[in-house]
Design a protein around this ligand. Sequence first.
Ligand code: ADP
Length: 461
Amino acid sequence: MINRELIPATEGHELLCLQSELMVSRAAVARLELRNQQLLSALATSQQQLAASEEAALRTQNMETAFARLRDHSQRIEAEIVERNRELSCEKALVDHIVASIPVGILYLDRDMVIRWANAELVRVMGLGSEQIVNRSVFDVLPKLDPWDVLCEAVLAKGETARFTGYPIVVGDRRHYVDATLVPLFEDDRAVQGMLLFATEVSARVENERLQQEQIETLRELDRLKGNFINAASHELRTPLTSIMGYAEFLEDQVGGALTRDQQGFVSQIQEGAKRLQRIVDDMLDFARMEAGSFKLVLREADLGLLIHEELTFLQPLLQEARLTLHAELPDERLAVPMDPSRIGQVLRNLLGNAIKFTPAGGQVSITMHAGPDEVHVAISDTGIGISDQHVEMLFQKFFQVDASITREHGGAGLGLSIAKALIEAHGGKLGVESRIESGSTFWFTLPRLAETDELIGTLD
Ligand code: ADP
């Protein structure tokens, strides 16, 4: 500090002192300014550092948040994976259960015909352990039978689905039968990568079919024996029947002496019974011939209208006795049809005879004939007892009678219709029926107007 009271004495010196003080002060100020600047720049640096560290702190905080989010996310994904695995193993267990329970054997074969997988049913059908099946060639496990290898080839080569039925699988002394389907499995490029075999055990069905076949054979044999018996019996019956009819005729003609009215009545009863027996024996003989295939038709052109007239005349007494009216609608002109007249007469007798037999008194029997360009159509209708739908189906079977007790009153062995049908069919025609129970029946047949051969062999089958 400068003392102002001393300055007037030594003015120059004072000035110098003042100047040097001033210089010192300036230097101090300059130092202070420098220091100040240094401090300011240090402040700026530390402010920058502060800002940078704040930023770093913020970044660290952000990263922590991001890490926390990532952790949450991955935990959620982990939980989802666990849940998905649980669902998948449930689904797998369900699929395994279904595959194990389906009653169809399933086999997966690769291109080299090696069995890669088999389900429980297939293992059961094969009667082997799955370790004896899987990873082995199908031909070592199953016998290489036709058409098995052919079908496998077709599936592999052409990519077709193949099916086969009643295929025998022999394992040890066990024999199974399966119906199988081979389905090709395609890769993306449509090349066949292997095949699936679906096999259903049908041993019971095959066994039933075998038993049925045996039964059919047995029935055929019985049929043959029955045919032989009928043939023998009808021939054996014919001789005594001829003599009964012959002697009855002698009695009727009173060759051995006059008969009383009662005795004449007995004779006509014998004749009536013998005629019925004769019809049955004739049917039996025809049946036996047809069964043996030795039944012949001799065709010739004959007038069908005339033949019908003759049969109606022959049956007139029966119609009267049964108190039935007859209605006939026949063309006036001659109608030549190629036929065996005696056999068509037999058919007409059978159909008209049945119409009379099965129509109660007071009813009507009608016959109509119509000629078309290719065939003639004959229909015989009655207002009788009719036939139920269920019985109509069996009507043309041999020995079939709807009600044997009714037929017994009139005679018959249930052969007439089957013989009539066979006779009409041997002529190239058709025989059919429409009937309503308790309303009546219409039996009809057709005959072609042009014969293909002069002679035909007719059979019942
Ligand atoms: P059958 O000689 O014993 O009469 P058929 O083969 O001629 O044998 O007839 C078989 C059965 O069909 C008869 O027993 C009868 O039950 C039935 N039937 C045939 N024709 C008629 C008809 N017109 N009305 C009712 N039933 C009939």
